[in-house]
Ligand binder design. Sequence first.
Ligand code: WTA
Length: 656
Amino acid sequence: MSTLDSILRETRSFDPAEDFRRKATVSGPDAYYALCEQADDHYLSFWGDLARELISWKKPFSRVLDDSNAPFFKWFDDGVLNISYNCLDRHLAVNANKIALIFEADGGGITRVTYSELHRRVCQFANGLKSLGVGKGDRVVIYMPMVIEAIVAMQACTRIGAIHSVVFGGFSAAAVHDRIQDAGAKVVITANEGLRGGKIVPLKAMVDEALAIPGSETVTATVVYQRTNSGASDWHDGRDIWWHKLIDGQPESCEPEWMQADDPLFILYTSGSTGRPKGIQHSSAGYLLGALNSFRWVFDYKPSDVFWCTADVGWITGHSYVCYGPLGMGATQVIFEGVPTYPDAGRFWRMIEQHKVTTFYTAPTAIRTLIKLGADLPKQYDLSSLRLLGTVGEPINPEAWMWYYEMVGGERCPIVDTWWQTETGSAMIAPLPGAIATKPGSCTLPLPGIMADIVDESGAPVEPGKGGFLVIKKPFPSLVRTIWNDPERFKSTYFPEEFNGQYYLAGDSANRDESGYFWIMGRIDDVLNVSGHRLGTMEIESALVANPLVAEAAVVGKPHEIKGEAVVAFVVLKGPRPTGEEARRMTAELKNWVAHEIGKLAQPDDIRFGDNLPKTRSGKIMRRLLRSIARGEEIAQDVSTLENPQILSQLQERAS
Ligand code: WTA
C-alpha cells in the first residue's frame, strides 16, 4: 500500500499524556484556540508582542509590518538588533556556565561547550573574519562538516553582519561554485576534510576545484579548519588561511554589529522547478522570531531540556533548530557528526541514553532506515529521558510513526510532525504537543498566527477531504524575504497572479479532514524529496545534458521504501542507444557525472536509455508516462499520439 493510501485511511488519534499536558507551555486545546483567536483578532499586535517578548532589541521597533511593497514584506523594520547577541550574550548573565553544545564526532569523541565558551569562540572568529576585511553585508560561504566550528562560523557571520550561505558538505565542487558565484561571496569557510560514517570527505579539495572555475573571482580568502590530521592538499598562499592561525591572538570579545531588523541574515539555496537553485534570503528579526517562537511552542521548550535535532546545518532545519532556535532560547543541545548508521544502527539510541536527551527531532527517512536495520534495537537502550519526539522533511507513513511512538517514545512522548520549508524559515503546521491530539501521518494544525489553508486554482477554499494547493494567506515574520538577485522570480514563484498575488503558495498539495487536520500529499511542482532532501528534476536534467555524450534527459521520481522518493533518469545519448555491458558502463558514468555536477545525493537510482523520449505532437515530454514506466506500472495513458511507440519498451528496460 502506498504511503498516501495508508495516510488517507488513518483513523487513530492520540491525546497528549496527562502528565505532559499538565506541564506544557501551551496546555490543552482551549489554550491553543485562544492563541489562534488572538492572532485572528489582532494580527499585528500578536506578532509585535511576541517580538518584544522573545527578542532583545538594541532599539525597539515602532512598526510591526510594512506591507507597502507587497509581497516584499518588512517586519519590525526600524528595530535594531544583533542575532548573535540574542543567541549568546544575553544568556551570559545567568547561564554562562550552562552547556550550549554537546558535540559527538564521527569517531565518537565528545566535546561540551558552555555558553561563555561558545561566546568566546564566536567573538574570536568574528574578529578573525574582520581581519580578512569581512564586514556588514558581505557574503560568506560556509562549506563545513557538522562540527562545532560550523556553528561558530555561522554565529560569527551574524555577529559582524555578514550574510552566510551554508552549503551542505554533500554537494559537489560545481554546486559550491554556483552558490559562490550567485551570492558573490567574499570568503569561503571550509575544513581540510570532513568525516562521514568513517569516510573522508575532501572538502578543501572541492573548494579548490570550485574556485578554479571562472566566476568565483569575488573570493579573496578561504579559511580552513583542520578537522583531520592529514593537512590540506593544495595550498594557495595569500588566499588560504588556517582557522587556528586566523584566530591566533584575536581578542576574545567583539562588539556586535547592530543591524536593522530587515537586513539579510542568510541565504540558503534550495531547489525549485527550474534548473537553477534559488537563493532563499531570510531577514534578521523576522526569521529569528519564527525560530524562537516555534522552538518554544512546538518543542514545548523547558530550560532543563536536552534537545537534539539530527539535521546538518547545511539544511534549513539545521539553521532554525540547531543554530538559531535552541541557542536563541538558551537551550542545551546535542549535535552530531556523521550518519545515523555509523558505527552501527544503535548510534541514535545510544546517544539519547548517554546524553539524556529529552527532545529528539529527526527525519522519516532516518526512522525508516533504522527500522530496517534494527526494529528492536531501541529496546536495548534506556530511552526514558525522552519526553517529546519530532519529524520533519517529508510525510511520515503511519507504520513508521507508530514504531517511533511505541518503540522510541514508549507511548508516552507526543510526536510533533512539523510541516515547513526553507522558505517559511520555521515550523508552520505542527501540533503544539500539550494541546493537540496527534494522528499518525498528519502534521495536524497550523501554529497560532499562521493562516494556512487549502485552495483550488481560483484561490477558493476547498472542502474537507478534497485535495488542493497549500497556501498561507497572510505574511508572517519568518517568511522568505526575497530570492537573492531575483526578486521577479520570488514574486512569480510564491505569489502568483492566479491567487491574486496575495497568498504565499507553498508548492505542496494537501487536504484536510473533518477535524481540520492537514495531510500533506506532496509537491505540485517538479521537485523531488529524496531522503528529505529537496531536488529539482530540472536541476538533475541540466546536469545530465551538460555531459558531452548526452543529447536529452528527463528525470522523474518513483516511490522508495527508505528514501521516500528515488530519482529515475531517462536518457537519450548523442550516439547510438547503449545496451548490455555498454549500458551498464554508461549508467555508472552518468551516476558519477551527476555526483560531480551536483552531489551524490542527486544520483539517479536508475537510468534508462532510449532512442528518443515519449513526446506529444507539440514536442512536450510526456512526464506522466515516464512516471508510470519508472514505477513499473501498466501504461494506462493514451499513447496513440506518440511518434515512436517502440521507445516505450526500450525505456522499460533496466540496464542492471
Ligand atoms: C516537504 C524542510 C510532509 C514538503 C523543512 C515541503 C513535508 C518540503 C514535511 C520542504 C512534513 C517538509 N510532512 N512533507 N512534516 N516537512 N515536507 O525546504 O514537500 O528542505 O515543501 O524544508 O519538504 O523542504 P525543505
